[in-house]
Design a protein around this ligand. Sequence first.
Ligand code: ZN
Ligand code: ZN
Length: 213
Amino acid sequence: MTAARIPDALTVHQLLGRIVYFHVLLIAPELPGTGMTSAPGPVCCNHRFPRPLSLATALKGSAWGALAEVATELPDSHRPCPHASETCCATCRIASAASALGRGWAATEHRAYHQSDPDARLVDGCGRAAADRMGRVFAAQHGTSCTVLDRLAAEPPATASLPGVDELPLTGELLALWADPAATTQAPVASWLNHCTGLGDVRRVLELRRTPS
Ligand SMILES: [Zn+2]
Ligand SMILES: [Zn+2]
């Protein structure tokens, strides 16, 4: 897997802001809100092979910190390092947060549009694709590397298993935008999603589009 092209900081900031905006407005109201906490995930690479330089501080005061905060609102999907601390590998933290985002958004969207639980492969594929894409952008921007990205790159989810924007608009757009944010020339991103105030709105647009005229 080649390194991601480094997008400019403003584009990354804008795309992260878009995640927080959609999460608060569209996804959070659909979450059960049971006050549960995440089960621990695999140990991050810094806690397995300690390195002198920890990048966890790279998230402090950075727009990327918002991604970690959104992930904590998705405890069903989030599997952070069991030794979560300032010494964690920042790229592992971003990848696990992005995985929670991909999994949580895909599951929430699917349930909202189909009133049924999604296929595990769909959720897993969205989680791994989001982790890989956002993790590579973060690593490229910070000039770092991480074993978790190597593992993700070795086993990419089948593209056919990933939802398109006509299927799960929020998740599909997320994966498309982060595949190569350097290619995002429009700021802000123009999309009909910008006019939705709930997943019910999104579902109605999808239904209208499917109705043959
Ligand atoms: Zn750790
Ligand atoms: Zn790592």
